[in-house]
Design a protein around this ligand. Sequence first.
Ligand code: KG4
Ligand code: ZN
Length: 338
Amino acid sequence: MLILSFESSCDETSAAVCAFEDGSKRILSNIIASQVETHKLYGGVVPEIASRAHCDVISSITYEALETAGVSLADVGAIAVANTPGLIGALLVGVSFAKSLAFANNIPLVPVNHIKGHIAANYFAHPELEPPFLALAASGGHTSLMRVSGFTSFEPIGATRDDAIGEAFDKVGRVMGLPYPGGAEMDRLASLGDPDAIKFPSAAVAGDNLDFSFSGLKTSVINYLHTCEQKGVGYSREDIAASFTKTVVTSVTKKLDMAIDATGLEKIVIAGGVAANSHLREGIEALCKKRGLEFFTPPKSLCGDNAAMIAAQGYYEYLAGVRADTSLNAYASGRNDI
Ligand code: KG4
Ligand code: ZN
């Protein structure tokens, strides 16, 4: 079957057409209109500007997605849309548009949780991947560890207690003068610096839990930078990026290691924008190798927000009988949030 899908939870408007048959999942089109250049001017996402920008392009990228896939609406078996979590005004654009399209054309509508979508991006690259597995969702807005016991069965077992992992990358990058979003540039700088140059506090919350706290780590890096500036002492952006990244990787692998012990799961899946971080990928891969576990990650091109991942999760929700009626709404968090 063909699924037309939409993603508009933050600053990327995306429409995709994907084909699902027995054991095969193909992306026929995955159009992404990024607003990054607009939000760069403000150093972060401005919610109202994001909503308006989604409105500007959602119709045209839908045409483009159908045209690139070489199909028409009549070929589409279901429409999937991300309706939680995210910026409410941004989500509402995708939800209203998908709803109109679905009900005007008598096409089943399937709501999809954005975070579950990130995890489902793995099914394109790894068609053999099946639950149960342990998933780390690491993005600009979310950081959670989940026990995935079925394609539509997710149980959160750990999360950040404050800032999301990507938010920490972006805020540290911003204070170092990097353009928004700083994550990818931090990744590049970290490869050039000394990871042991500066000691920063762990983001793994002490004790017998699977939670993170990135706020203290972020503040510590920012204080270090401000102190250097106040004293007129130069600093190496590369060393700071490398030391910060090493602390993040050590913190994440520590909690993952504990989660593996707690769950006994033998497959580890990572997803979300920060899953594109090369140091994090290497660190988790090394942990999996040491423990003899299988490691799955999407290609970097499917780590960030995109509509194909919404179609992948939408397919399983559809098979499970999930359907939205005309009252479908969007939720910034909660409700059918994981
Ligand atoms: O999943 P995503 O596209 O959007 C959200 O759902 O939040 O994630 C965006 C986040 C941003 O914070 C961005 O800086 C971060 O992913 N990111 C990275 C890298 N590439 C993107 N963070 C660290 N290293 C990267 N290579
Ligand atoms: Zn995302």
